[in-house]
Each structure stands twice: as C-alpha cells, then as structure tokens.
Design a protein around this ligand. Structure first.
Ligand SMILES: Nc1ncnc2c1ncn2[C@@H]1O[C@H](COP(=O)(O)OP(=O)(O)O)[C@@H](O)[C@H]1O
Ligand SMILES: [Mg+2]
Length: 314
C-alpha cells in the first residue's frame, strides 16, 4: 500500500472515496451503473480460486510481475506488455483471471461490461467510456477490463447509423488503448468468447496484442474445479459438507460442461440440502448420488434455457 500511495499520491481511503465519487458522478449523468461499470480496489478473486488453466495462469503471473516491477523491463530494454485479450468459450474463467490479475498486482480493477454499456444507452456509451479512460489514468496502477469486447461492433445487419456510431466508438477505444499501452502502470485486458467478432483494429501491435487462450477444462481440470468449489462452500459454512465423493462417475456426466456449469452443480447439490432441512428433514452430507442427481436436474434446466434461447419454443 505504501507503493500505491507513491503511485497515486493518495492513501487507500482517499482513493476509495475518489472512485466512489466517480461512479456516483457517472450515475448522475448517465443513470445507474450497476452491471455496467464496477470499480474495486481489491477484487475478491485470487489464483487459488481458479482451477485448471495452468498456461493462462502462468501468462497472467507474468503480467503481475510486469506491473509490479516495471523497472525490470527497462533494465533489459524489453517492452512492457501493452494490452491483453483473453479468449475462449463462455464460463471458463476469463473474468476470474482478470480479477485475480488485479488482486495479485495490487491494482485497481475497472470492470467495464461492454455488452451492457453499449446496448443500454448507445448514445451515451461514447461519453461514458471517455470518462472511464480519463479516470483510469488518474488511479495509478490499474487494470482496465473490457469484458466481452466483441459487443463494441454491430453486425452488418444493423442500421447504417448504428454501424457508424460503433465505428466511431471502436476508433476512440483504439486510440485510448495506444495511450494506455505506453503507460507503465495501466494494463488493458479484454475478454471475448467470439474472437472472430472482435474488430481487428483493437488487436494491432501496441493495443491488445497479447492473446491468452482460456479453454474448456478437460477431466483433470474439471476435477480440480469441482474441488475448489466444494472447498469454498465448506470454508463458508465452516464445516464439512461433502462425504468422500467418487468423482469419476460424476465427471463422466459432465461432458460439454464448462467451469461455470461445474460451479453451479456444486451449488445445486447444496441447495437441495437447504430445501430438505427447510422442510423439516435432517439431511446428511452430500454424497456421490446427491451430486449425480444435481447434475441430472441441472442438465434438464440447461436444456430448457437453451431451447428458449434458440427459439425452439416459438
Ligand atoms: N477456471 C475456473 N475455476 C473455478 N471456477 C470457475 C472457473 N471458470 C469459471 N468458474 C466459475 O464460473 C463462474 C463464471 O466464470 P467467468 O470467469 O465469469 O467466466 P467467463 O468470463 O469465461 O465467461 C465463476 O464465477 C466461477 O464460479
Ligand atoms: Mg465473463
């Protein structure tokens, strides 16, 4: 924290107030910022909360190092990283990685949910982003996380006027990324699950030029992720919640599931216990069978969600 004070000239308390004021100011001008822009001085997610993804975590660790020890790059005449694009299927941990990066690097975390910023009030999105960029430059070490960056661009089917506006938006973001790339203490990180839909302007050298893949977990990765979520629930409850589980038959039923699905299944198995106890029973610890049932229930719900999403109920 001493370091932070040196970087920004602010104590953590003053920084916190400054950031709260910033969000309040945005809300006053553009409406509620919930689900659109969040700022946090110390995100809750750390590397220990993220399972699998050894390679991605290794690259993120390198970024932590670069942010915390900028002098080392200088000493070796090496370019510090400019910007990063995390790409991979939904629910694989891209947002978690960005948060953990901020936490480990002791950097302020600006979370911009591009989807919500751009669609809700398109007319204002340009101005909102300008304000965010200005603020980012006043906060010392920070991560600017542009979550789901493919949503900056409207597809060819969109009306001309909208496409024009989105072009203008992307160009201004690109300019800002150039600026940020040159600064040593701000790192822009973006995420996408549709790398094919990201505007190529944004990934030019000096912008989001380091690409990190965040793939779906395989069996061993899934095992680790389930265990992380079980341990998290037990830590929260302050007691043992799961029997000795046989994870192999459980994992066999998680084909095509992503990490977010696995977290959800652990939750579902616990919600069932809550329901049982709520209706007067005295349920025991979660067993392998309980977990299997949670998976089947979850699979059914997911199928319905997908049918609704893809319009098969129309
Ligand atoms: N690698 C992972 N390890 C542990 N939990 C994960 C992992 N990836 C995703 N999750 C779970 O899924 C949720 C959504 O993950 P998120 O990082 O938002 O996915 P993405 O941004 O890739 O769509 C997380 O809050 C967490 O519960
Ligand atoms: Mg995400």
């Amino acid at each position: 924290m001493v370091e932070r004070k040196m970087l920004t000239g602010h104590t953590p308390e003053i920084l916190r107030r400054k950031l709260e004021d910033f969000i309040a100011r945005l809300a006053k001008k553009f409406g509620d910022m919930k689900g659109k822009i969040d700022v946090s001085i110390r995100p809750e997610v750390s590397f220990a909360d993220i399972g699998d993804l050894a390679r991605a975590k290794q690259e993120i660790a390198g970024l932590v190092f670069a942010l915390k020890s900028p002098d080392l790059h200088k000493k070796w005449g090496a370019q510090p990283p400019n910007g990063v694009l995390l790409y991979g299927p939904p629910g694989t941990g891209k947002t978690l990685l960005a948060m953990a990066l901020a936490r480990e690097a002791e950097a302020v975390f600006f979370h911009v949910r591009v989807t919500n910023v751009v669609t809700k009030w398109y007319a204002d999105s340009f101005d909102v982003l300008q304000e965010v960029f200005t603020q980012v430059k006043e906060c010392g070490r920070c991560i600017l996380f542009l979550d789901e960056i493919d949503d900056f661009i409207f597809d060819r089917a969109a009306p001309e006027e909208m496409r024009h506006a989105s072009r203008r938006l992307v160009n201004s973001v690109a300019e800002q990324l150039d600026d940020i790339g040159r600064s040593g203490d701000i790192l822009a990180v973006a995420s996408t699950n549709r790398p094919d839909a990201v505007d190529s302007t944004l990934i030019r050298p000096g912008r989001l030029d380091q690409l990190i893949e965040v793939p779906l977990p395989e069996t061993d990765g899934k095992r680790e992720i389930i265990q992380i979520h079980m341990a998290k629930a037990e830590a929260m409850a302050g007691r043992k919640l799961f029997n000795q589980l046989d994870l192999d038959p459980i994992l066999a039923r998680t084909v095509k599931m992503n990490s977010a699905d696995l977290a959800e299944i652990v939750q579902k198995s616990l919600e069932e216990k809550v329901r049982q106890e709520g209706s007067g029973a005295q349920p025991g610890l979660v067993t392998t069978d309980d977990m299997q049932r949670a998976i089947e229930d979850y699979r059914k719900t997911k199928e319905i969600i997908e049918k609704i999403r893809y319009g098969q109920y129309l």
